[in-house]
Design a protein around this ligand. Structure first.
Ligand code: HSE
Length: 400
């Protein structure tokens, strides 16, 4: 019998307990031993809940119990999760976490600490919820240079953009709907401003390169400026607007960003709708790969966490190897990123052509009093210079 502890009994924590108990038989077969949840740590009480009998409020009960071999951290945030995880690893306990803030900020250090203490630090659920993406990057696509990762990495914003497109509802109405359905937090800033996706693309890019990509260095733009007219133009183009976490890697040049993109129907991410996530990975040998599934939610996320618990339990006393050093990657400045831009301005076609030369006009039903167009492929720096001569309403990067 392997004893585990869960730190945090919120949505994901209760899901982890449910998966470990509902699927106890098949998990025991795979591990070769049963896994018992000996403790659940939370500040709150849960009268009548099955975890009542194993609930503890003092983390030291877990840390000081040598029987506990695997610790699940699903509290979220950095404090006190970072200290708790460090203590667990120092005591040789393996850790499985869904905490993208923790992994993006301290991943390299915690991997090193785990190795020094013959334990593992595993974080499949930190990106893409239930979608296996961390393990495939680490153990499957190892023959390749990863040259691009682009993903719909946030379920809340994808839900909002999908509903704006399908129901024609405005941003505020859909956000409220998403909050009522429990997808979006009461304070939705981390999702709608792109901070959540930023941490996730930082993790994926760090793993693809085996080095540290600081999320603070990643240009991040959310979806709050997207309006009904943008959605109408996307439809007129035959595309959709998606919030993407994107990294392009070409030798020493690494461009990384989070921003809304116009995505055409022939791009695989176009079909990723609602709360689903999709992650497109391009290797220089394997070509295009696509990972799709539930990027958030109790049981999908818990499934990924428990998958890590299973791996940790099968490899007790050793370290599951993860290549992610503390060596920092210097990102290529954003002004060198190139793409086409979808642009809305107050001037007319003539004035736009004088500045941008060859352009592709775009018109959408019901949108008047402005001129919209797609530029040719150009650098961000070039675009920023050119647009100074016009009255910009909005611009969205484009895969068209
Ligand atoms: N808030 C996140 C999302 C949860 O909407 O995708 C999963 O990380």
């Amino acid at each position: 019998m392997i004893k585990a502890a869960i730190m945090g009994y919120g949505t994901v924590g209760s899901g982890v307990y449910e998966v470990l108990t509902s699927n106890a038989g098949v998990i025991a077969e795979r591990v070769g031993e049963e896994i018992e949840v000996k403790y659940v740590l939370d500040l709150r009480e849960f009268p009548g809940d099955p975890v009542e009998k194993v609930l503890v409020h003092d983390v030291n009960v877990i840390m000081d119990d040598p029987e506990i071999k695997v610790v699940v951290e699903v509290m979220g945030g950095l404090k006190p999760a970072y200290d708790f995880v460090k203590t667990a690893l120092l005591k040789g306990k393996s850790v499985a976490t869904s905490n993208k803030e923790l992994v993006a900020k301290h991943g390299a250090e915690l991997i090193e600490l785990a190795k020094a203490n013959k334990a593992s630090f595993l974080f499949e659920a930190s990106v893409g919820g239930g979608i296996p993406i961390i393990r495939p990057l680490l153990t499957s696509v190892t023959a390749d240079h990863i040259v691009e990762i682009s993903g719909i990495l946030n379920g809340t914003t994808n839900y909002i953009l999908t509903a704006m497109s399908e129901e024609g509802a405005d941003y505020d109405t859909v956000l409220k709907q998403a909050q009522d359905l429990g997808y979006a937090e009461r304070n939705p800033e981390a999702d709608v401003e792109g901070y959540d996706a930023c941490r996730k693309i930082a993790i994926l890019t760090s793993l693809a390169l085996g080095k540290q990509v600081d999320f603070e260095d990643i240009y991040t733009e959310g979806i709050t400026a997207i309006d009904g007219s943008d959605i109408a133009y996307a439809k007129a183009l035959g595309g959709r607007i998606k919030l993407l976490g994107l990294s392009r890697m070409d030798g020493d040049r690494v461009c990384s960003m989070v921003a809304p993109f116009m995505v055409p129907a022939d791009q695989p991410l176009y079909a990723v709708n609602g709360v689903f996530n999709g992650i497109f990975v391009k290797g220089n040998m394997v070509g295009d790969l696509m990972f799709y599934g539930s990027g958030a939610g109790k049981l999908p996320t818990a499934s990924a966490v428990v998958g890590d618990v299973v791996e940790a339990a099968k490899t007790l006393g050793t370290t599951v190897p993860i290549e992610w050093s503390k060596e920092k990657v210097e990102l290529t400045p954003m002004k060198e990123f190139t793409c086409r831009f979808f642009v809305r301005v107050k001037e007319d076609e003539q004035a736009v052509k004088k500045v941008f030369g060859n352009i592709e006009p775009v018109s959408a039903e019901g949108v008047t009093g402005e001129f919209a167009f797609l530029t040719e492929e150009m650098s961000e720096g070039d675009f920023d210079e050119k647009i100074k001569g016009l009255s910009l309403i909005h611009r969205i990067r484009s895969y068209f």
